[in-house]
Design a protein around this ligand. Structure first.
Ligand code: PLP
Length: 394
């Protein structure tokens, strides 16, 4: 007898994957350039040259057995020290190697963190719209998920709604900024209000409430926008970071967990993270990639390409009559569906060979997500289809 829950997850692929697979089949049928696939968040900009240079240099000059061998379970000490120094410099909050656990990307960072925290009866709050895998990871860890919608139309956190949802069972809140799927960056004002609320609730319920900050898009921001460091404002913060998007390395599976030293009993929280990593088999993240990212802290893929895509798409869609919040970060545009049922709208979009993800997958109805991490020519060529689609609603 198999585990029913796992069997269910394994046989029913996500709506995003299904659309992506549909796109592949459709492209084989009518040609690659005829299908405008905006389904998946796979970076379209190559990794910076410095990444390839580092890899070549390591292969040519380092001892191969050491380079490809196991590191210690939480990661190479030197790598963790470099990452800690970088975080400290950027955030102003203390960090040492003892706060850093190397992982296989944000998915592993989240899974490990959630497993480190969950006890029976605990609840985690997800702020909708949210990355769909949060629910999968949190429920497997043993959490009950409680969903709180963000404020429309700006998609900042609805502090009052969040306040009403927090109760004696609340163990953690997950935030994601820049956000997938909205592209919104939570403002400093939002983060300060969130921190204040969580402090009050910790006092009210005499317990720790952890803020899990999922940050794979931290460096993908446009204009003068800055992304506040939540650990500056709230002590019980755990950051789940990934280099998948910033360095365009999603297939290499590399990231880290940062347990703020200001967490209550930070050493014990970190020990629980190590324990969860061990129990899940997530020890010793890919050795060579640990070395690569440590040499590329602060480097990013060419964000100006995403910015160009963002400007073309946002300006054209606004002109045609679509409504969306202009994204400050990540590479997603969250567009209001012109009919109530976003899935029906996404289905209509397929007639124009536009593959858009209905927002129901992100825990909130009424929108579609457009991933604009595609070639600029795909965006330009798709515009007449977007125009024709909205005309149907006029
Ligand atoms: N969190 C968010 C918000 C994401 O969008 C993604 C991937 O798209 C992940 C986590 C997982 O990232 P990784 O590829 O580093 O596991």
């Amino acid at each position: 007898m198999l585990n029913e829950k796992m069997l269910g997850l394994g046989t029913a692929s996500s709506a995003i994957r299904q659309l992506f697979e549909y796109g592949k089949a459709r492209k084989a049928e009518i040609g690659d350039d005829k299908v405008y696939d905006f389904s998946i968040g796979n970076p379209s900009v190559p990794a910076p040259k410095s990444v390839d240079d580092t890899i070549k240099n390591l292969i040519e000059n380092e001892d191969s057995v050491l380079l490809h061998g196991y590191t210690s379970a939480p990661g190479d000490l030197n790598v963790r020290s470099k990452i800690a120094a970088y975080i400290q410099e950027k955030s102003g909050v203390e960090a040492t190697a003892a706060n850093i656990y190397m992982t296989c990307g944000a998915a592993a960072s989240l899974t490990i963190t959630l497993n480190a925290l969950a006890n029976e009866g605990d609840e985690v709050i997800l702020l909708a719209p949210f990355f769909p895998e949060y629910r999968v990871f949190a429920e497997k860890a043993g959490f009950k998920c409680v969903v709180v919608n963000c404020r429309e139309p700006d998609f900042q956190i609805d502090i009052n709604a969040l306040s009403s949802a927090i109760n004696k069972n609340t163990k953690a809140v997950i935030i994601n900024s820049p956000n997938n799927p909205t592209g919104v960056v939570f403002s400093e004002e939002t983060v300060i209000s969130l921190a204040k609320l969580l402090e009050e609730k910790q006092k009210e319920f005499s317990k720790e409430i952890f803020l899990i900050s999922d940050e794979p898009y931290r460096e993908l921001v446009y204009g003068n926008v800055t992304v506040p460091y939540p650990q500056k404002y709230y002590n019980n913060t755990i950051v789940c970071y990934s280099f998948s998007k910033s360095l365009s390395l999603p297939g290499e599976r590399i990231g880290y967990i940062y347990v703020s030293p200001k967490c209550k009993d930070a050493g014990l929280v970190f020990a629980a993270v190590c324990g969860a990593g061990r129990a899940l088999g997530f020890v010793c993240a890919p050795s060579m990639l640990q070395r690569v990212v440590a040499e590329n802290l602060g480097n990013t893929a060419d964000v100006s390409i995403y910015n160009k895509n963002r400007e073309i798409l946002y300006n054209a869609l606004s002109e045609y009559g679509y409504t969306a919040v202009k994204p400050d970060g990540a590479f997603y545009l969250f567009v209001k569906s012109p009919e109530k049922d976003a899935a029906a709208f996404a289905e209509k979009a397929k007639k124009y060979e536009l593959l858009l993800v209905p927002s129901d997958s992100f825990g909130m109805g009424g929108y579609v997500r457009i991933s604009y991490c595609v070639s600029t020519s795909q965006i330009e060529n798709s515009l007449p289809s977007f125009k024709a689609l909205i005309e149907e609603y006029k």
